[in-house]
Design a protein around this ligand. Structure first.
Ligand SMILES: *Cc1c(COP(=O)(O)O)cnc(C)c1O
Length: 466
């Protein structure tokens, strides 16, 4: 592809994206296809000669668009919002166009410095504790690819601290124990397995009727483990659980972690972004005592995947766990101690210029428009809850402080399961099933950029008529 062909094709592709996003609401939300259908539409063997751009574009229309689930659809009520916005798409494109690697300050100074500034901007916008700020004595922030990677690096830093800085096989990790509720995200268990701690060292702590951790149960579990010679090295609380958007009481839990020397990671992947709105700043409760915190701009905020914000108040533990300095990565800037080398803050070496899409989003759409969307989504969730509450065929099964509503049909699970299947099969809206207290639940997650009152009204009509 020549530079001139790139210009022409690029314009065509931008037009396709704008057209797609403008009219995505006219499509079925999820495709009506079976496993293998997509592959069967494509040649089994790779081309031996370059093909025309037009043929590739034709396959986008013929194969790709009918073969994807439309997360940007206004009737998207499944899983969680994964919004993309125009400024973010342009930032992503620029990142690909510049094609840099940002593993160290010296390999692309602007990549590192704009990222550090974005973490400090976001800290200010979310009103997070200043001990996470990059200019603080012990803290700092970094963009991770996902909340799952964020919890993994938190576990690795906690393991380093819990084993007194061991990076060799003589560091005893066999006595380490970790704590969360059954409502914590699966990435906590995955991270503990990757870190060599293992599933059977995870203590599942009781939760209350609102699906939030019981601090007294945590304190008892930690005390019992310590009596048996275990080292309670890691606790994960969630601010907005995946199943029901429950909030663990981090302020009380943090005191228990302090008293026992446990690392406290707070997972605010979905809900943490709500703190952009001053009246929802309660989502930050307890962060002033946490060792690390993560929230995703790639869910509710409108920065396209992948852009998780991760902060720690103990960067020495993170660097202790992850910093390795081979000869070919040495630089005077790093040795002077003033430059940040983000490769030491994450698992991979290479890193993309992800700060661009966040910078573009904040500057071009502006934070006020994001705040208005968050307020709109919370208001729509309350509205839907008020309709459900008036219909005695249904019950609401969890508190709904923000943008997720969990409901079910009164009666046996088969009715709720059937309802979910019929709504999703219709293609007009998409919802997710979960299980709370052993019973089927229909989860309505409100937060797609294009969702308005009419879409929620249509959803409620579909649910109540189905
Ligand atoms: C979505 C979510 C995750 C996982 O996020 P990724 O960025 O996809 O890894 C983890 N925890 C919570 C609470 C979530 O909502």
């Amino acid at each position: 592809m020549t530079p001139d062909e790139f210009r022409a094709n690029g314009h065509e592709l931008i037009d396709l994206i704008a057209e797609y996003l403008e009219h995505v609401g006219d499509r079925r939300v999820a495709p009506d296809i079976q496993p293998g259908d997509v592959r069967a539409m494509l040649p089994e063997h790779p081309p031996t000669q370059p093909e025309p751009w037009a043929d590739v574009m034709a396959d986008i229309e013929r194969v790709v668009l009918p073969g994807i689930t439309h997360w940007q659809h206004p009737n998207w009520f499944a899983y969680f919002p994964a919004n993309t916005t125009y400024p973010s798409i342009l930032g992503e494109l620029l990142s690909a166009g510049l094609g840099i690697q940002g593993m160290s300050w010296v390999t692309s100074p602007a990549c590192t410095e704009i990222e550090t500034l974005m973490l400090d901007w976001m800290l200010e916008l979310l009103d997070l504790p200043s001990r996470f700020r990059s200019t603080s004595e012990h803290g700092g922030g970094v963009i991770q690819g996902s909340a799952s990677e964020a919890v993994l690096v938190a576990i690795l830093a906690a393991r380093w601290r819990g084993t007194h800085g061991a990076v060799n096989a003589d560091g005893d990790t066999t006595r380490l124990t970790a704590y969360c509720t059954s409502q914590a995200h699966s990435s906590v268990e995955k991270g503990l397995r990757i870190a060599g701690v293992g599933t059977d060292r995870i203590r599942i702590i009781d939760h209350d009727q609102a699906f939030a951790m019981r601090p007294s149960a945590l304190a008892e579990a930690i005390a019992a483990d310590r009596r048996s010679g275990y080292v309670p090295f890691f606790v994960c609380t969630t601010h907005g659980t995946t199943s029901s958007l429950a909030f663990d009481p981090t302020p009380e839990i943090a005191q228990i972690c302090r008293a026992n020397g446990s690392w406290l990671h707070v997972d605010g992947a979905m809900s943490g972004i709500a703190a952009l709105v001053p009246e929802y700043r309660w989502v930050n409760d307890g962060l002033d005592l946490a060792d690390s915190y993560a929230t995703n701009t790639h869910k509710w905020m409108g920065v396209n995947f992948d852009c998780t914000l991760f902060w720690t108040a103990d960067r020495a533990a993170l660097l202790g766990a992850l910093s390795i300095l081979p000869e070919y990565l040495r630089s005077a800037a790093a040795e002077s101690g003033v430059a940040i080398d983000y490769r030491d803050w994450q698992v991979p070496l290479g890193r993309r210029f992800r700060a661009l899409k966040l910078w573009f989003t904040i500057r071009l759409d502006g934070v006020d428009s994001i705040r208005r969307r968050i307020q709109r989504d919370v208001a729509l969730t309350r509205e839907l809850a008020s309709w459900v509450a008036l219909d005695d065929r249904f019950e609401i099964v969890a508190p709904h402080p923000l943008n997720l509503l969990c409901l079910r049909l009164v009666g046996d699970d088969a009715a709720t399961d059937g309802l979910i299947d019929r709504i999703n099969a219709s293609g007009t809206a998409h919802v997710t099933r979960t299980v709370l207290d052993g019973r089927s639940v229909l989860r309505v997650s409100i937060g797609a950029r294009t969702t308005e009152l009419e879409h929620v009204t249509d959803l409620w009509q579909a649910i109540s008529a189905t």
